[in-house]
Design a binder for this molecule. Structure first.
Ligand code: HEM
Length: 431
């Protein structure tokens, strides 16, 4: 067995003062691919950051999150107080478990029923005009997540979330972290938007508390307020709702846009999904078990274009990852995008081949498919996200025509893996 190495993994030396930041920002994916070719599956990005692309090591990193690593998503540099971070993570995990254990069929069904109306409303708002598809899908994801979390009290929340996400964008797209006191209008806007979302959530919690409790929970807020001993504090409910609503906005919207692009640019796959949709009797939302072809297309879209193409963790203490020694606050990054397209784990990795998900003999190698992450901080919306994507494809092909006005859709490796410049028209389908 190899011992623990104390030296840093190899990596590009970087330039004076700026290190690798400029080269990385010029073309992020090309930079990472070059480093992997030159240094292998583990390499140093800078003094404090290593990149890991080995599925076993990534799995180890993910399963040890909370214990040995922080999972952070703040776009501002914060001094990490280890005790505070551990307490925050514990409070989040308690709320997260309560929310998810309490979610039941009634909530899921109530939401799926309303989802169709929200989807149709979103497409109707485009009035058959040519539109940028990503903001349209963001609108749908915003309405969907506000509905899932707040049900009847969701009014106006999608707009507040949109502002919050827009305010994060300029900060999330930068590889630099700035402290919160940095005199920048972007940071002021972000702090204002973050506060605004929290206030809006708090107001809706108070509104709900003033009403008699529902017989059957209709949304996540009902579930959280009904949580048994120990009850969640108001702050836990606020933070969980805000965290979920933001997580369920840009990421699913990006995935949805890639899915619409796939349906618009691959008539063969459109036909498969449309035939499955037409075969479903009635207008009620079908269960995923009735949509195997659609689900296979969605899985393949998430393989080729995982919205969270780069994910990071920070070491909570001095620790090891495989044979590498990490110091407290060292960062570890990994890229689901690169892992999903690695020819060592996938046949024809760059081809969009849904059939690979329909043949049980072709199940992916362990830990190589992670569009929803893994371990204790795996996406809480895995099921819901799959349902939303599959149902959107179902309704889109059943009830609408998609007319793309762009021939290509280049990926942009921003904070998310963005489908650049995809424009299309959605018109109701005539039978
Ligand atoms: C296509 C849809 C989605 C994809 C691809 C996706 C992907 C991911 C990934 C990769 C992570 C883990 C990030 C990390 O390890 O740092 C994550 C976390 C998370 N997701 Fe999703 N997600 C989707 C939809 C949703 C939905 C619909 C919800 C809302 C219910 C949601 C809520 C969350 C939350 C709250 C977290 C943070 C979990 C934690 O840190 O404990 N996601 N998502």
């Amino acid at each position: 067995m190899l011992g623990t190495r104390t030296v840093r993994p190899p990596g590009p030396k970087g330039r004076w003062l700026v290190g690798n930041t400029l080269d990385y920002d010029r073309d992020r994916m090309a930079f990472l691919v070059r480093c992997r070719q030159e240094y292998g599956d583990v390499f140093s990005f800078d003094e404090r950051t290593i990149v890991v692309l080995d599925p076993g090591l990534v799995h180890d990193l993910l399963t040890r999150t909370n214990d040995d690593f922080h999972s952070e998503s703040v776009p501002l540099a914060t001094r990490i107080d280890p005790e505070r971070a551990a307490a925050d993570a514990q409070a989040w995990m308690t709320a997260r478990r309560k929310g998810w254990h309490g979610l039941n069929r009634a909530v899921a069904q109530a939401h799926a029923g309303r989802l169709r109306l929200l989807f149709e409303q979103t497409l109707a708002e485009t009035r058959g005009e040519t539109v940028d598809v990503l903001p349209v899908m963001e609108r749908f994801a915003g309405l969907a997540t506000a509905d899932f979390c707040l049900g009847a009290d969701a009014d106006g929340m999608a707009e507040i979330l949109t502002e919050n996400v827009r305010a994060i964008e300029p900060l999330g797209g930068s590889s630099q972290l700035f402290p919160a006191w940095w005199p920048s209008r972007h940071i002021r806007r972000f702090l204002r938007a973050r506060e605004g979302t929290l206030n809006a959530v708090t107001e809706r919690i108070h509104r709900r508390r003033d009403k008699p409790p529902a017989d059957h929970p209709q949304d996540l807020l009902d579930v959280l307020l009904a949580a048994g001993e120990p009850e969640l504090t108001e702050q836990q409910v606020q933070l969980l709702l805000r965290g979920i609503m933001l997580a369920a906005f840009g990421v699913p919207a990006t995935a949805l846009t890639w899915l619409v692009w796939t349906l618009a640019s691959r008539p063969d796959l459109h036909r498969r999904v449309a035939e499955e949709a037409a075969a479903w009797p009635g207008e009620e939302a079908p269960p995923l078990s009735a949509l195997p072809q659609t689900e296979a297309v969605v899985k393949e879209v998430l393989r080729l274009w995982p919205p969270t193409w780069l994910i990071g963790r920070t070491a909570r203490r001095g620790t090891t990852l495989g044979e590498w020694q990490l110091r407290p606050d060292d960062h570890v990054m990994f890229s689901p995008y690169l892992m999903h397209r690695d020819p060592r784990w996938w046949t024809d990795p760059d081809e969009l081949t849904p059939d690979r998900w329909l043949d049980p003999a072709r199940t992916p190698k362990r830990h190589t498919y992670i569009p929803f992450g893994a371990g204790p901080r795996v996406c809480v919306g895995t099921q819901l996200g799959m349902i939303q994507l599959c149902l959107a494809a179902h309704w889109l092909t059943r009830n609408h025509e998609i007319r793309p006005t762009t021939e290509t859709c280049a990926p942009k490796f921003h904070d998310l893996l963005l489908p650049q410049g995809f424009r299309a028209r959605f018109t109701p389908r005539t039978p």
